[in-house]
Design a protein around this ligand. Structure first.
Ligand SMILES: NC(=O)c1ccc[n+]([C@@H]2O[C@H](COP(=O)([O-])OP(=O)(O)OC[C@H]3O[C@@H](n4cnc5c(N)ncnc54)[C@H](OP(=O)(O)O)[C@@H]3O)[C@@H](O)[C@H]2O)c1
Length: 327
């Protein structure tokens, strides 16, 4: 914990460094970044808190993220110059990448790069795997999704709809709630900025919530815990409301956990890597996309130098869909 940085997000914590284009060592490729995914997890990594990191970061390390890029130099037999790949590498215009950690992107003529990063990425996997493998969604479920107008939540909500569930989404503001009802065709929308969450969840789920897909954390968790059906599954995908709180002591303390007992309920977190079951998740995303059952809104910011400011959009809710940066 002593490495953790404190304070709320400040874009000036980033520095833009100019340098020569790197050369590919033996077995590696150089990739020119075309489109980058900007994610709430970048905000967590910035905290340098080992408890929040799968990958340890130090001060001065380049941020990383999922991107699409084109191979500009290859010293690996698997890749040729011009190949378009997707994977995780540094927030750099050109980066040296291990070919083991990239996979081919679909041609842009088949699906735009924006849609690929919004659906066929960690985001789609989190939504599809979280809803099906972790949440074990079934058609009779009454489903609630928090952060439902966002990148992950909107896919999760649509996946539950495609299963035949009754789905209600929580989002901030009338425009986002309108999007949930009119474009995603959800059965209900709760504006958490206007409504009392406890009352609204009870009103929408008089028989209780069967499955809660949570991207937000905080008070919504208590509202659901107080309104669970027997056997409820609470799936913790993210906790947006807690990511910009500067002091650990100010994090929201969930009060209603004991209610899990008599509701025989389950609360489970996950990360969007399901090992050998990734294939099942990707197939579901493929099928739903082909059937036109997945709409993914994207919010593209232009320019590498604008990334630090763009990241703040995730915290003030001003992103409308998957946040991406065009390089
Ligand atoms: N487990 C995994 O592997 C995994 C993978 C991908 C994403 N995630 C998680 O999923 C969540 C959503 O990520 P995303 O990339 O899809 O972002 P997103 O939902 O597209 O954007 C973030 C949204 O969070 C909402 N928000 C921000 N601050 C909030 C607050 N204080 N209270 C309530 N809502 C707040 C805003 O929507 P409103 O305007 O509606 O408030 C904002 O638009 C994040 O928590 C992320 O960590 C987890």
């Amino acid at each position: 914990m002593d490495r953790a940085s404190t304070g709320t997000y400040d874009p000036s914590c980033f520095r833009l460094i100019e340098g020569p284009i790197p050369a590919a060592p033996d077995g590696k490729i150089v990739v020119q970044t075309l489109l980058m995914s900007l994610d709430p997890t970048n905000l967590n990594w910035l905290k340098l808190d080992p408890q929040l990191q799968a990958i340890p970061f130090g001060v001065g390390d380049p941020m990383i993220g999922v991107s699409i890029g084109v191979v500009t130099e290859s010293c690996a037999p698997t890749h040729a110059v011009g190949d378009v790949v997707t994977g995780m590498w540094g927030w750099r215009r050109f980066d040296v990448v291990d070919p083991l950690f990239v996979r081919p992107a679909k041609p842009a003529t088949e699906m735009s790069f924006e849609q690929q990063l919004a659906i066929f990425s960690h985001v789609g996997r989190a939504a599809a795997g979280g809803m099906t493998l972790i949440g074990e969604v079934k058609p009779t479920d009454a489903v609630l999704v928090a952060g439902a107008a966002g990148a992950t939540g909107s896919l999760a909500a649509q996946i539950a709809k495609a299963q035949g569930c009754r789905v209600v989404g929580i989002a901030g503001g009338p425009d986002k709630c309108k999007f949930l009802l009119e474009e995603l065709k959800l059965d209900g929308a709760i504006d958490y900025k206007e409504e009392n969450l406890h009352e609204a969840v009870h009103r929408h789920f008089p028989q209780g919530v069967d499955l809660f897909f949570d991207n937000v954390g905080g008070e919504g968790v208590d509202a659901v815990l107080a309104n669970m059906a027997i056997g409820c599954r609470i799936i913790v995908c993210g906790a947006m409301s807690q990511y910009n709180i500067s002091e650990t002591s100010n994090l929201y303390g969930v009060r209603n956990l004991p209610l899990l007992i008599f509701r025989r309920a389950r609360l489970q977190g996950f990360v969007a890597d399901f090992g050998p079951r990734n294939q099942v998740v990707d197939k579901l995303l493929d099928d739903l996309t082909e059937r036109g059952q997945l709409v993914a809104r994207t919010h593209v910011v232009d320019g590498f130098e604008n990334i630090p400011d763009a990241l703040a959009l995730l915290l003030n809710g001003k992103n409308h869909g998957k946040l991406l940066a065009q390089v």
